[in-house]
Design a protein around this ligand. Structure first.
Ligand SMILES: [Zn+2]
Length: 302
């Protein structure tokens, strides 16, 4: 979610008195200046979510000092801006990954009568134990307005309805899909650890793929549905393991590895083959590596 407060505070470098600090004026349009009263020094960071470089400016540093810093970092700035992946807007013909597989998005004004059944979440049946908490998701997707199909070997996500609603509808659908992909493994793993059933929420988090609050609420980025299935399952295991260990110590990682054991998942997921959740031979190290390498690129969709 965008933080309006922050968006208001951040100005493009081109709009500030520092505009001349970069030789290339086009670059100044991709750098935002963020005044941060708690910052100790001037610094730069890449913001893949907004496709820009952020200049963090502490109080009481002169314009001249900041401009000199920016000028000295021109090479770094241009290199990182060039490396930023282009935004993919949700539109007809856009290519987006879904569970790691490229799909083409097709907008249709009306749902056809011969539409195939929606490829939707499997009903999750709890095998005894504590009942999962009620669904907290606010995203509502009209059933049947978005579905997946295959067009001569090319996977397609079809979005039906009024054209102006299509991007939001696709986003809501992806969120709902993320939720239904995350909850079965989360509940199964929580049961395996014998911890209280966590509440699960799915949102658009910028900096984290998942988080676990002290009172046992798990929150995930809907963008995990774009990643390969094994990555989503790893993040689920990571957050569930935090219900037991609020740290990243050896015990925590042993728990993650335990939770990702296919036999354990097999024993706890009804009507599901672990293959649906785990890539072959999922190990957390490779899923983590995938997020490190490719995770930022997931922020360019929508
Ligand atoms: Zn963690």
């Amino acid at each position: 979610m965008k933080d309006p407060e922050k968006a208001k505070a951040a100005l493009l470098l081109a709009e500030t008195s520092l505009a001349g600090a970069l030789d290339n004026p086009a670059l100044a349009l991709r750098v935002t200046v963020q005044n941060n009263p708690r910052a100790r020094r001037v610094s730069l960071r890449v913001d893949p979510f907004n496709g820009c470089v952020v200049l963090v400016r502490p109080p009481r540093v002169s314009d001249r000092a900041v401009a000199a810093f920016v000028t000295s970092r021109q090479g770094w700035i241009s290199k990182h801006i060039e490396a930023l992946p282009a935004r993919v807007v949700f539109s007809d013909g856009a290519m987006i990954p879904f569970r790691g597989q490229e799909h083409v998005v097709r907008f249709r004004a009306k749902a056809g009568g011969d539409r195939p059944p929606l490829d939707e979440s499997r009903a999750f049946t709890a095998r005894g134990g504590e009942r999962p908490p009620p669904d907290e998701s606010r995203a509502f997707t009209a059933r049947g307005s978005v579905w997946r199909e295959d067009s001569e070997g090319q996977p397609v996500i079809v979005v039906a309805g009024r054209p102006e609603h299509l991007p939001r509808r696709l986003r809501d659908w992806l969120k709902a899909e993320a939720r239904s992909a995350l909850t079965p493994p989360v509940y199964a793993m929580a049961r395996a650890l014998d911890v209280k059933m966590p509440r699960v929420s799915v949102r658009d988090t910028r900096s984290r793929w998942g988080s676990c609050s002290r009172d046992g609420k798990l929150s995930f980025s809907w963008r995990l549905i774009l990643a390969p299935a094994s990555v989503l399952t790893y993040v689920a295991a990571h957050e569930v393991a935090h219900l037991k260990h609020m740290n990243h110590g050896p015990g925590f990682w042993r728990t993650v590895a335990h939770l990702l054991d296919a036999r354990l998942l097999d024993a706890h997921l009804l009507n599901e083959s672990p293959g649906n959740f785990l890539g072959a031979n999922l190990d957390w190290a490779s899923a983590r590596e995938w997020l490190r390498r490719s995770g930022a690129a997931l922020h360019r969709y929508g």
